[in-house]
Design a protein around this ligand. Structure first.
Ligand code: AMP
Length: 391
């Protein structure tokens, strides 16, 4: 795999695929610039090495045609402010306008191209469209980890037509942290998996069992496992069609000698609402019309112990309905345990990221992945197409 810091950029035209899929309000104002900030290390590095920097991204799902609300135009001033330089916005990402803009650039300058997804070829990983993009550059850098699990012209086909292709700093970090955690981990290695549905995470659970020493399961999905063990889980989330899968996963954990931890108690309520009456009960005593919405204190203690004595932790999915205060404590207390563990910790997935941000402790986590879907696919053991082509 080639990385950005192995390339001589001097005098080159560099196309950088970033993820500027930022949230905007109705007036087209960018409301969160986290993703733009995440690209700065890569963009500044290339710029300072004396190259022309041509920035390209998608935004939203315009489905192959020009849709004004998905224009990247409002992102240009945001990027300009962060880079502290002018960033001209170019109204197309290929063709005459783009070629002319690149020809007019000086070394060290940055331009932002219009949304890649205004062209149908982008999502189709179309070679003709990729060739048009390739005409703009002699070096290609991919720094858009969050879309690396979907082959698109700007992250996969393009690598056939540009002589020099490499991963940017953000992509490099994602891959290196993931490999450190899952390929050659300091042990014990613990996976903390939560969230709503078993069905979304079966492949993750099956795959991590080949590697981890401890698998800790919380969140709504834990109740399908408890039901599969014959417990009465009341109105808690349950995927009846996943009961067999849950049994297989528990059997695999036994065969592989992986310590499997499930909740032993739960915070229950009759409705998933912030003002509902709550009780803490043993998971063996969930009443018929109540539902488990968070792990209880005994589970928090057991999960925290398992985490605190681990040397490497991988975490995806909240342990309860953390969006509502009465059911947030399991997830928040586990953030504390993870931070206290001093272990190498990698966290991925939008909800888990949000939960950790709410605690104000994000900077104490070794690495928070920028890609929900892409991170899950890595945990499933899949090779990401846009990463594979750089290898
Ligand atoms: P996921 O996207 O699969 O990681 O699921 C995240 C969602 O799972 C969050 O919105 C949580 O509110 C929800 N969740 C976590 N635990 C529970 C639970 N015990 N019951 C219902 N929903 C839950």
């Amino acid at each position: 795999m080639k990385y950005i810091d192995q390339i001589d950029f001097s005098g080159k035209n560099v196309l950088v695929r970033v993820d500027f899929n930022v949230p905007m309000d109705k007036t087209g104002k960018v409301t969160d610039d986290t993703r733009v900030k995440a690209s700065l290390a890569t963009l500044n590095y290339i710029r300072e090495k004396g190259a022309k920097v041509i920035v390209t991204s998608h935004l939203g799902r315009p489905k192959g045609k020009r849709v004004e609300e998905y224009s990247l135009k409002p992102v240009a001033p945001v990027l300009a402010g962060l880079l502290k330089m002018e960033v001209p916005f170019i109204e197309d990402c290929i063709g005459e306008k783009a070629l002319r803009a690149v020809a007019g650039m000086k070394a060290g300058e940055v331009i932002l191209l219009e949304n890649l997804r205004f062209h149908p070829g982008e999502d189709k990983n179309d070679e003709a469209f990729a060739q048009e993009l390739a005409k703009l550059c002699d070096v290609y850098i991919n720094d858009a980890f969050a879309v690396s699990h979907r082959a698109a012209a700007s992250n996969t086909a393009i690598t056939k037509f540009v002589p020099l292709c490499a991963a940017g700093f953000l992509l490099k970090n994602e891959i290196e942290y993931f490999n450190k955690a899952m390929k050659n981990p300091a042990r014990p290695l613990a996976a903390l998996i939560g969230g709503a549905k078993v069905s979304d995470k079966i492949k993750v659970l099956e795959n991590v069992l080949d590697n981890v020493d401890r698998l800790i399961i919380g969140g709504g999905m834990a109740f399908t496992f408890l039901k599969a063990q014959g417990l009465n889980i009341g109105k808690s989330l349950c995927e009846t069609e996943m009961l067999d899968v849950a049994i297989k996963i528990m059997d695999k954990a036994k065969t592989k000698n992986v310590q499997l931890l499930l909740p032993v108690d739960a915070v229950i309520a009759q409705t998933p609402t912030a003002d509902a009456e709550t009780k803490v009960v043993d998971v063996k005593s969930i009443p018929e019309d109540w539902m488990g919405l968070d792990i209880g204190p005994a589970s928090i203690a057991a999960f925290s112990d398992a985490v605190k004595t681990a040397k490497t932790i991988v975490w995806n999915g909240p342990l309860g309905m953390f969006e509502l205060a009465p059911f947030a404590s399991g997830t928040f207390k586990l953030v504390d345990a993870v931070v206290d563990s001093g272990a190498l910790t990698i966290v991925g997935g939008g909800d888990t990221d949000t939960a950790i941000h709410k605690t104000g402790k994000s900077d104490k986590i070794s690495y928070i992945s920028t890609g929900g879907g892409a991170f899950l696919e890595l945990l499933e053991g899949k090779m990401l197409p846009a990463v594979a082509v750089l290898d």
